[in-house]
Design a protein around this ligand. Structure first.
Ligand code: ADP
Length: 733
């Protein structure tokens, strides 16, 4: 099927032709035959890189041409930016919704395509963003995540709500790893395209003692080093390819990259300048290690990296300069970084129940990265067997096995509490009967058709609980959100978090930064740091001094106590950050990377904001100090810098510099004059802040040119935290 014959807008045809996309891949053809251009729903369950995104993109352009608007749901923020860049190139207006979780983001609705995570869409629904009613096409990328334990219920409810809201809306769901595509397609009233077809041949095998065993042949691997994993890389790099190596912890990723760099001995000016850039920005030992690895042609990748470091690694790999990346599974989750050989070195991973095998779906995600379309003659995915008898087992368990089936997570009481609250506060359901009727439209109900279901009991329990918590009023059979319940729903916090906060606020505690932060770290909305052995003593010592400031009780049960101590440790990190302790020191003290600091800060800022709004209702005198702590945590500053941080262009570094130069308020700045300020801020910023502070800049004065860029606050690694990053907080993900 030729691209020129498709019913898609001419500019898109042109863009495809320029990129060398002239005819459709077989699964894409099948999708067209299924009626995607006639508005049919589709589940496209085909391998990675077989052209799923383009199927969705063609329909999006067609819909926009017909006056429609498209919503594209991705699982990770990092993917949202990638899709944004990809889609923006082709003439339509694209918006990414990654902002605060309690906004309507009206401006977003002006775009033709809106890319967002499921959490963001959920919050937009709760905040009643009016443009959601205009969506004519919903694309759900990585739709197997409906089965994810921690986030699946949100995705499922979002799909169900949007379909209820816009009954005519077309749905296109995409996934490379669904074990039961028929069931998902059935729920979505969708046509189904499944296929094993790939643009690049994928060979999957198991390595054991010097050779990779594929189904029908064996490939010898030379042994220039004593390490099997490294030999597997060198083999591919020698023939002109690149490698991705998946390992199970951050430490392992870093150790492998170091070994690889020392063996590769690449010399490349591009790498040298990348390494210099990383080194220059590096605020931690990890950053400096990364710079050394990159110089040698290897890199590691995990959620502890700062955003700029991630970017360098990904770009270096895309251009072919970096030959090998060792990574925790973050990379497999969807970033488009294919390589000729993918090595799944660790198929065991430490999880909540100790060491366990990774799921088949996860293996398939990793293996699917093998083989760059148009660039590699083939792709290879290689598992490394730890024992001879593991060879056959690995073939059966991973290579020959289908990915896991996807099952609804909507019967979990904890997940449902938040979703049922939002159904009621947004008017989707006004009675218990209507809540149940809505639940009938979920995948959960579809999966349990004709079988006895416990959903009714769960719903009853959850509604009772929300009424008890005063988030919902029940009058006769009618349910209505209270002011408090409406706020909780819009703030997008777990009702259990809200309850814990309100319970503490009602006791009118004496204000304390530590008290608030520790309380928030105990809630289900914060993933706490792990405790290492050495941490117990430090945390105990800290507690001995500041126990009086706690807003919660100290538990004595072992499990609860462990969680409590983890919360104290996490609160300590946030306090350090708000006391202007350097990144380097925080990373060392807490055994984290800059990316982790950002994750914790981001979550804390959101929870502090929510807490200040709750304080407005329940303890108004505490609203202001909590709000101020939010600003301090956001910027990483002591209280004394609060007046300065209000000025645009002033971050934690510049504010500190101004303060130390004796300029402590906007009034001081207004009166200081460009000549005094420029050496601290640079001429342009100096002029801007003087004007902001109400002063005037009359003449241009000769001032020394100094480098004054504010140190960027670490950018997010891009994801919402997942349960994985609970372990990542120490050094896994
Ligand atoms: P997926 O979403 O399944 O991982 P993509 O749609 O991103 O796959 O496509 C993978 C790569 O293949 C992209 O670089 C894309 O431009 C290219 N591609 C997709 N469809 C075709 C086609 N019909 N002909 C040539 N290249 C294609």
């Amino acid at each position: 099927m030729k691209v020129t014959d498709l019913p898609i807008p001419a500019p898109l045809k042109q863009s495809y032709t320029t990129k060398g996309i002239k005819s459709l891949y077989p699964p894409q053809e099948e999708a067209v035959r299924c009626g995607i251009f006639e508005g049919k729903n589709l589940l496209c369950a085909i391998p990675t890189a077989s052209g799923k995104t383009i199927v969705a993109e063609m329909v999006m352009h067609r819909q926009v041409e017909d006056g429609g608007k498209c919503l594209y749901i991705v699982p990770l923020k990092a993917l949202a930016s990638e899709k944004y860049e990809d889609f923006s190139e082709k003439g339509l207006s694209v918006g990414v919704a990654t902002g605060d979780l309690d906004r309507r983001d009206a401006y977003l609705g002006r775009n033709d395509i809106i890319v967002a995570t499921s959490e963001k869409v959920d919050s937009l629904l709760r905040n009643k963003a009016p443009w959601l009613g205009e969506i004519t096409l919903l694309v759900v990328d990585e739709c197997h995540l409906v089965g994810s334990e921690d986030r699946g219920a949100t995705l499922e409810m979002v799909i169900a709500k949007l379909r209820r809201r816009n009954p005519e809306m077309q749905v296109i769901a995409l996934s490379a790893t669904v074990g039961n595509p028929g069931a998902l397609a059935g729920w979505l009233d969708a046509e189904l395209v499944t296929s094993e077809w790939r643009p690049v041949d994928l060979r999957e095998g198991v390595y054991w003692q010097g050779a990779v065993h594929f189904e029908d042949y064996t490939r010898e691997v030379p042994k220039p080093s004593k390490d099997d994993d490294l030999n597997l890389c060198l083999d591919t790099i020698d023939e002109g390819g690149q490698c991705l190596v998946f390992v199970n912890s951050r430490r392992n990723a870093e150790a492998f990259a170091k070994r690889a760099a020392s063996k590769l001995k690449v010399s490349d000016p591009t790498l040298e300048s990348a390494a210099e850039r990383i080194e220059k920005r590096a605020s931690t030992e990890m950053g400096r290690t990364l710079a050394r690895c990159v110089k040698g042609g290897a890199a590691f990748h995990h959620a502890g990296l700062a955003a700029a470091e991630r970017h360098e690694v990904e770009e270096g790999f895309r251009t072919g300069a970096i030959k090998v990346i060792s990574s925790t599974p973050t990379l497999a989750a969807g970033l488009n970084l294919p390589a000729r050989r993918v090595i799944v070195r660790d198929y065991l991973r430490f999880g909540q129940n100790g060491m366990a095998r990774i799921p088949v779906g996860e293996y398939k995600q990793m293996a699917g990265r093998a083989g760059r379309p148009h660039l590699d003659p083939y792709g290879e995915a290689v598992l490394i067997a730890k024992r001879e008898d593991a060879c056959e087992d690995l073939f059966e368990t991973y290579i020959a096995a289908p990915p896991e089936e996807v099952h609804s997570q909507c019967n979990a009481e904890n997940a449902l509490r938040s979703h049922i609250l939002s159904l009621i506060t947004t008017g989707f359901a006004k009675s218990r009967t209507e809540v149940l009727a809505f639940m009938e439209t979920t995948f959960y109900a579809y999966e349990h058709q004709g079988r006895s279901s416990t959903i009714q009991e769960t719903v009853e329990r959850v509604v009772d609980d929300l009424v008890r918590a005063e988030m919902i009023d029940e009058l006769d059979e009618w349910l209505e959100g209270t002011t408090y319940g409406n706020l909780v729903s819009r703030l997008y916090i777990d009702p259990r978090t809200a309850e814990a906060v309100v319970e503490a606020l009602r006791l009118r505690p004496a204000y304390s930064d530590f008290g608030v932060l520790e309380l928030l770290c105990e809630t289900p909305d914060m993933l706490t740091l792990f405790l290492r052995k050495a941490d117990y003593e430090v945390v105990d010592h800290f507690l001995a001094e500041r126990r009086d400031e706690l807003w919660t009780g100290v538990p004595y049960e072992y499990d609860e106590r462990e969680h409590f101590l983890q919360s104290v440790k996490t609160a300590m990190l946030l306090l350090n950050w708000a006391e202007e302790v350097t990144d380097e020191m925080i990373c060392e003290r807490f055994n984290v990377g800059p990316g982790d600091i950002h994750n914790k800060v981001e979550t804390a800022v959101w929870l502090l904001y929510a807490t200040s709004r709750l304080a407005h209702l329940f303890a108004p005198d505490l609203e202001r100090p909590i709000g101020e702590l939010g600003t301090r945590v956001k910027h990483g500053i002591k209280r004394e810098l609060l007046p300065l941080i209000k000025l645009r262009g002033i971050g934690r570094v510049r504010a500190r510099r101004l303060f130390n130069a004796g300029l402590t308020t906007p009034e001081d700045i207004k009166n200081a004059g460009v000549r005094r300020l420029a050496p601290v801020l640079g001429e342009k910023t100096a002029a801007s802040v003087i004007v902001q502070a109400g002063g005037t800049v009359e003449e241009r004065e000769e001032v020394p040119d100094v480098e004054t860029a504010d140190e960027p606050i670490p950018k997010p690694p891009g994801e919402h935290q997942t349960s994985l990053s609970a372990f990542g907080g120490a050094n896994h993900e």
